[in-house]
Design a protein around this ligand. Sequence first.
Ligand SMILES: Cc1ncc(C[n+]2csc(CCOP(=O)(O)OP(=O)(O)O)c2C)c(N)n1
Ligand SMILES: [Mg+2]
Length: 334
Amino acid sequence: MPKPNEKQLQMILEDMVVARTQAGRLWNLQRQGQVGTIAPIDGHEAAIVGAVHALETESDWVLPQYREPLGLRKYGPEVLDTFMLYNLGHPAGGHIPEPVKVAPSQISLGASIPHAVGLAWGMSLKDESGVVLVFFGDGASSEGDFYEAGNLAGVLKAPVIFLCINNQWAISTPTHLQTAADSFASKAEAFGIPGLTVDGNDPASVYEAVSEARNRATSGKGPTLIEATVYRLGAHTTADDPTRYVPSEDLSDAQKKDPVHTLIHEMKERNLWSDAKQSEVETAALERIDEAFEKAKNTPLSANSLMDHCFTSDTERQSRQRSFLMHSIGESNE
Ligand SMILES: Cc1ncc(C[n+]2csc(CCOP(=O)(O)OP(=O)(O)O)c2C)c(N)n1
Ligand SMILES: [Mg+2]
């Protein structure tokens, strides 16, 4: 399998450190009442960033669940900017402008898995060269959408990569109550596609697995299901108290395998990272998240945009609702 080279590993680590740093800032901003609910990325960085670095941003689509946006820096600044708008409640905030091939965050578990298959199938019908990678959690894999989409993708040989991030929890539900299967990857067997489990704390392993899956997909061999095993190091969201259900010994074991700390250590040993580089990256990451936050905060919230991204043009009923809404809040329809 293709391995990331030293330069790529440096870029991967940089994106992982940026994601961890920005997640910390967002957590604090939420606690100050300045931003809405946040789902921390801590523990998922290697799985997300390793996967995304195996993709081609110009041709390949990413469909995130909700924990991924801070790890998608490779796709450009628009991802973070729209994520901040979305977090602050802008109706169109999740809509990332073309040509960035990142779909809006998906809160409805599993719902983006059929979208990914439809998108991938459409791309192959149009002879487009890319692939679609869809992120979802161990919890989302229990949705009917996963089984329906996986089955259809197998039959169609759609160029899609199913990336299940198994972080051992779906809020407070542990994996042994989520499935009786040996692994989440084993579910691929029913779809007639390859399924593999990789160490999601090691970005190189995830990179290799996604590269291989991408090669399969682009050569017409169809989908792959990858399970990346990680441990959720933070709370489910800012609305959760994990100390009520996460065993502290499990958490401290997982902290010893923290993907960001592990890679920093390895890269320093190889003289590919330094404390100076670390603080330079952290400072830039904080400036960038503050800039995105300020930009979103200063964007006027418009109720008029509530329906802008539902259909190409309003249905008759939507037009009536739009006029009513505009009239009631005194906002112009222009
Ligand atoms: C269809 C649906 N059912 C229930 C929920 C409520 N819910 C939000 S997050 C979550 C847990 C998801 O776990 P997982 O897919 O493993 O992702 P993780 O949060 O662990 O990254 C649940 C049950 C939802 N958002 N959508
Ligand atoms: Mg989970």
